[in-house]
Design a protein around this ligand. Structure first.
Ligand code: HEM
Length: 477
């Protein structure tokens, strides 16, 4: 098995920095190539990589296709990146349709990443305390002045017990990377190439990686990719999918309460049937009747033997769609293989103030939700597949007409709950989430970041005179 080159790999692939409760995401547009490159060179020296155990603040950075172009990568190089990255999350009507980004979630309505507010660079900063975060951000802003402009800013603070806004424990299941040797029982252990370019994946193949033509600078910084004289820009890097998902918390609980005829206990049970875990985290498959604190972080479960019909965890529940484990088709072994080939590492954080369960509507006008981030080496096979073929597919797992009840892209959704003790169907569920922004990003290795900070592949020409209207989220610092 290949050794991971930890000092080259951005830390966010290997860690969620969960001890750092505060995070900020700054979405930037490049105004001047020289200024942006000078900032990236400064940032490279502060980049948090997998070999570090930083005490206070962590810094990671990712770049969209428009950003790579603005930094001077030519079309020949961009063509070696995956098509979905080059087109961008909001790049074509077809992609928006695939992702369910229609109606109120359409890119034309986004706060960032849509047609009028394209972004080039995502800066991610994580800290123990808000003052550490502020201090780090001030320094970043000073260094960005000459080359970048902020399009959107979002600061976040973890909710108690790592819950997301609907009130459910989150971040429990995460695939482990085999090559790290950190193996936890019951958690899928997948080959590094599913999440990091340059390593073998679950197919036993090294994933396709973007490359640049040889030149003295590239040769000094980047490994050869063994293919007709090109250098590997992707090695030790990955791709990030970022989606800002507003959650309509009051509407969610109102809907559960309506379906439960006002019975709060039943409403919580129905909500758990939408997620597949109880609010505390216990999986419904292991504990169908009530929450069980001893199972709050349980991951060691499969569906087929215990819960084939979905009497515990409904087939259409969020976690069963997002990772069907052994439950697809006629062979458990085949199903596990399929699930392993469509896995993501989730690194998102909740933003906005908490709204208690069953609270009245006040506060609903406040923005709150999940700043969803996932790491994958193949956006189409991993994130897009999960989103389109599993979460937002009304025919998932033999169902007829139900999409993911938490984050369906349809306005009139159904969710079938077998047993309980009699089966029921939640009907006419509205959308409980709304996409407010998003993008596909290249997460460069340290060496690739150094290269991007220095390279001048395309003729430099004049700098790019671009201005954008900055949008600061409430609570922006
Ligand atoms: C606002 C939107 C979302 C909410 C509130 C949400 C909430 C949750 C919760 C509560 C869990 C269970 C805790 C855990 O297993 O860690 C979970 C698991 C999961 N979610 Fe989401 N999620 C959202 C969006 C998404 C999206 C967009 C994707 C992927 C496209 C996704 C993929 C997953 C996966 C893969 C799991 C783990 C399932 C397992 O392995 O058992 N989620 N989510």
């Amino acid at each position: 098995m290949q050794e991971l080159e930890y000092e080259e790999i951005q830390g966010i692939i290997l860690s969620g920095y969960v001890k750092k409760r505060f995070a900020a995401y700054s979405l930037l547009r490049i105004r001047s190539r020289a200024g942006a490159q000078s900032y990236l060179r400064w940032l490279e020296a502060r980049l948090t990589t997998g070999d570090q155990r930083p005490e206070d603040v962590c810094h990671n950075v990712a770049i969209t296709a428009t950003g790579l172009r603005a930094l001077g990568l030519g079309e020949e190089t961009l063509a070696t990146f995956p098509r979905e990255l080059v087109e961008g999350m909001a790049g074509t009507a077809k992609r928006s349709e695939i992702l369910g980004d229609t109606g109120a979630s359409a890119p034309e309505q986004w706060l960032w990443g849509g047609p009028g507010n394209q972004v080039d660079v995502l800066l991610m900063v994580f800290a123990h305390r808000p003052d550490q975060l502020d201090h780090a951000l001030q320094e970043h802003r000073r260094r960005q002045q000459d080359g970048l402009e902020e399009v959107y800013f979002r600061s976040t603070e973890m909710l108690p017990e790592r819950r997301e806004h609907f009130g459910f424990a989150d971040g429990i299941t995460q695939p482990q990377i085999k090559e790290t040797g950190r193996h936890l029982t019951g958690i899928e252990c997948l080959r590094a190439g599913e999440f990091i370019l340059g390593y073998e994946n679950e197919y036993g193949k090294v994933p396709f990686s973007p490359s640049v033509a040889e030149d003295p600078r590239a040769n000094r910084l980047l490994h050869t990719n063994g293919q007709n004289g090109r250098r590997d820009l992707g090695r030790n890097g990955s791709y990030l999918v970022v989606r800002q998902l507003d959650q309509h918390v009051a509407a969610f609980w109102r809907s559960m309460l309506d379906q439960a005829d006002g019975d709060e206990r039943l409403a919580v049970r129905l909500a758990a049937k939408c997620v597949g875990r109880w609010p505390g985290g216990a999986p419904l498959t292991l504990s169908p009747d009530e929450d069980d604190p001893s199972l709050h972080s349980a991951n060691d479960f499969l569906y087929r033997d215990r819960d084939e019909s979905g009497r515990g965890c409904p087939i259409g529940a969020h976690i069963r769609r997002a990772n069907p484990r052994d439950s697809l088709g006629s062979s458990a072994k085949e199903s596990l293989k399929i699930s392993a080939r469509h896995a993501i590492i989730r690194r998102g954080r909740s933003y906005g103030p908490e709204l208690p369960r069953f609270a009245a509507d006040e506060g609903e006008e406040q923005e709150r939700g999940l700043f969803f981030i996932c790491v994958n080496a193949n956006i189409a096979r991993q994130f897009e597949f999960i989103q389109q073929t599993w979460l937002d597919n009304p025919k998932f797992g033999g169902l007829h007409d139900g999409r993911d009840p938490l984050m369906s892209g349809a306005d009139d959704n159904d969710h079938r709950i077998p047993g309980d003790p009699v089966r029921r169907r939640l009907t006419h569920l509205p959308r409980f989430t709304r996409v407010r922004g998003g993008g596909y990003f290249f997460l460069p290795s340290r060496a690739a970041l150094r290269y991007l900070g220095q390279q001048a592949e395309a003729p430099l020409g004049a700098d790019l005179p671009r201005t954008v209207a900055a949008h600061h989220a409430p609570g922006a610092q």
